[in-house]
Design a protein around this ligand. Structure first.
Ligand SMILES: [Zn+2]
Ligand SMILES: [Zn+2]
Length: 438
């Protein structure tokens, strides 16, 4: 059983440069708006404020979030460059900086130590408190970043982030405003104020979307679905769906969900600038909905005791097991020895099959590698043909004596990722045999 005791949080250094800049922009915008109120600003400057606020928000939601953090689709070079510029203009850090923290958030949602903006640390912390500190994220090295390192746009934007962000976020609004003789007004409104709007709307996804709303897909963490948030964040409102199916390019499965980010991705796709749009399987979405409605009924009948949504610590070496896993252990399929499992793994085409051992079952993840929200590399590390300590051996044909592998149960059940009910269900579908005790 999982224990519910939360680990202690450790003190982190104050991030003075970030804190000073963040507070300074708020003060400068307040003074600027006081001296230059909306009724004295040219209408074109107000329109520019709205357009640049939404453009930077889309850079974050379509680019930083769905494209780069979750690999929900692929985009051509021109789109990636545009996204890097728009995302930079939101002044929320480089793509690499942002994505790595966001991947940690999904892996360890609500964990007060490993989730950078854990909702379990309070509304203010999850909204903006976390950006005032500079903690050392001990599990950052577990997050897959190969895809980010291999993208030249990401590398370049990370290297020259400060001048790029300064130009697109603060200088460009003034340059555009100068076209109608209002560079100062454009700086205050479309520069400073639009940045603040983009900041707080994005931050609401970490705070409001983990605080109030509905949980139709999963109640294993604090993520909620909230329509107000969808309006404020270019469609990121169905956060409960997003945490259950993070690789989906849509924020929600319904056609009528308010989701301008999804519409932009569909437009890019129809124009040939985006491809490989990933979406959750309908059967998985329906199964999650059904599971939740059953779960809620059980709550009403008082049959479920002691369940606390939120963070659960999984001690290393132990495995959290729920009723679903135990029911699935009534196995009527094949039973293999370890030798037979290794033979199965070797028998695949090319470098063999990607077979991993979870809960005493052989799970064939070969066809799932491209679908895995956390990337293929992490699964390959646990493949019974790969040495988890030596990545350079991945893909190599190993001799029998070299076949070192690591049982993946701890990693799967919270050690490296707090997988949801939907993810566990998908994993069970991929089981090919049970391991015999000998
Ligand atoms: Zn979240
Ligand atoms: Zn996300």
């Amino acid at each position: 059983m999982a224990t519910s005791a939360a680990p202690e949080t450790r003190p982190a250094k104050v991030w003075w440069s970030n804190a000073t800049f963040f507070v300074g922009v708020h003060i400068a915008a307040a003074i600027g708006i006081y001296l230059y109120p909306w009724y004295s600003v040219p209408r074109r400057t107000l329109w520019l404020t709205l357009v640049l606020w939404q453009a930077s928000s889309l850079g974050i939601t379509v680019g930083y979030h769905r494209l780069y953090s979750h690999r929900a689709f692929r985009a051509r070079l021109g789109v990636r460059i545009l996204i890097a510029c728009l995302g930079s203009s939101a002044l929320q850090g480089s793509i690499k900086w942002w994505c790595l923290r966001h991947r940690l958030h999904h892996r360890f949602t609500d964990d007060p130590v490993h989730d950078p903006y854990a909702a379990t640390r309070g509304l203010l912390w999850s909204h903006m408190g976390w950006i005032f500190f500079k903690p050392r994220y001990e599990r950052m090295n577990l997050v897959d970043s190969d895809d980010l390192e291999h993208d030249p746009v990401v590398r370049l934007q990370h290297k020259y982030y400060v001048p790029i962000a300064g130009f697109f976020g603060l200088a460009l609004p003034s340059i555009i405003g100068a076209a109608w003789g209002d560079p100062i007004g454009a700086y205050i409104w479309a520069g400073l104020l639009a940045r603040i709007l983009a900041w707080h709307c994005t931050f609401c996804v970490n705070s409001l979307a983990h605080w109030d709303g509905l949980q139709p897909y999963s109640d294993e963490n604090t993520s909620k679905s909230n329509f107000l948030l969808a309006l404020l964040t270019c469609g990121e409102g169905n956060h409960n769906f997003h945490h259950a199916f993070p690789h989906d390019f849509r924020s929600g499965p319904c056609l009528l969900d308010w989701d301008p980010s999804k519409w932009v991705i569909l437009l890019l796709h129809s124009l040939g600038y985006a491809s490989g749009l990933r979406r959750a399987r309908d059967e998985d979405v329906h199964a999650a909905l059904e599971h939740m409605s059953k779960h809620e009924n059980e709550h009403v009948r008082g049959h479920v005791h002691g369940f606390e949504p939120g963070y659960h610590t999984i001690p290393e070496g132990s495995v959290a097991r729920g009723e679903d896993e135990e029911a699935a252990d009534v196995w009527t399929g094949k039973v293999w020895t370890l030798g037979q499992a290794m033979q199965y793994a070797r028998a695949g085409k090319g470098v063999g099959r990607c077979a991993i051992i979870i809960d005493g079952f052989v799970v064939d993840a070969t066809g799932y590698l491209g679908e895995h929200p956390g990337g293929a590399a992490i699964i390959r590390k646990y493949s019974i043909r790969a040495d988890p300590g030596e990545n350079q051996k991945e893909g190599a044909v190993l001799s029998e004596s070299e076949e070192v592998w690591k049982e993946a149960s701890w990693a799967f059940h919270g050690g490296l990722n707090q997988h949801t009910w939907a993810a566990k269900r998908r994993m069970r579908e991929l089981r090919v045999a049970k391991l015999s005790d000998d």
